[in-house]
Write a protein that binds this ligand. Sequence first.
Ligand code: PLP
Length: 405
Amino acid sequence: MKLISKSNKLEGVCYDIRGPILDAARKMEDEGHRILKLNIGNPAPFGFAAPEDILKDVIHNLPTAQGYSDASGIYAARVAVMQYYQQQNIKNISVDDVFIGNGVSELIVMAMQALLNNGDEVLIPSPDYPLWTAAVSLSSGTPVHYKCDEQSDWFPDIDDIRSKVSSNTKAIVLINPNNPTGAVYSRELLQQIIELAREFNLVVFSDEIYDKILYDGAKHTCIASMADDLFFITLSGLSKNYRIAGFRAGWLLVSGNKLIARNYIDGLNMLASMRMCANVPCQHAIQTALGGYQSINDLIVDGGRLKIQRDIASKMLNDIDGISCVVPKGAMYCFVKVDAEKFNITNDEQMILDLLTKEKILLVHGKAFNFTEGCYFRLVFLPHKDELEMAIKRIGNFFSYYKQV
Ligand code: PLP
């Protein structure tokens, strides 16, 4: 019998957040072990409930949401997204500039498929949320990683970005607030990126899915509000800010100099039409979410659940000998450095596998975020205080005896 193989398109496409280690964890669960999964930023299983109004509205609209919507989404959701960005000072946008998708994930892939030709290069942060790298590779582009610097609160290194620009560079991707580092970029930094994008005619993609999850008074700035002459694509959705990742509701906004991008926007419209539309019942959540009570704010202030857990995670991790992390200013992750020399670590994936086997805790290794320097892991600080403390104690215990052979 002839074997059936994955297509050549998938060669070099990598998405290790749900990779081989997750398979090992599933196998252990099948054998009866209880695994503490701190590997995926999915708030609902950790008891973060969706705002009540959103659920009510989706249920209320269910009977009338049985047909396809417009390919770019229902009108009310697109108006709500447009207004959300108008309030953030993005000028000259209309409902036609908004595309609703099945989560930001679908829109990232669509946006890259519509843009890239063979060999086009896209600047992507390292570490990154790896779907960006995967989507560029899948779309026959070449991901070129620029360095984010731990010594500068994980801000992108502008000189490194500049050194990576070539005549094939088409776009730059920002993830702000950042997954996995938790960095929230300053206006000054964003201004430098704008100047660079202007100099080299780059499309600017900004993934802002954590734009409301901010700590210690950090302020998020939507880069698309800072210039009118460049072409921007801003993405966000309901998965994190509103804790409803399973609804698969996200959006993409095109803004700035849309005149130069007419043909590309036609391409986006065609790809949107080819998949008919996003899940219609859950599109109804968008207007209510953006216009309603912003309960995320109760979770991120002093005394709020996410803030408490952020504090516990960063303090306890930094107290472990041989381990350190920059305290995240946004999102829901700690990106943790491990002293590779001390533990004789040459393979970070093996380290995470060993932690899983010994302590029944599942994390994601740094290389899964396309970060090849040193040894790192990402921890999701979504579990309740007691469970989080127990998990980090076990991580501390692991590093008290661990030596990679
Ligand atoms: N972008 C970033 C930076 C993310 O961290 C995630 C999910 O973790 C996504 C996009 C995908 O989000 P969605 O659930 O909207 O597909």
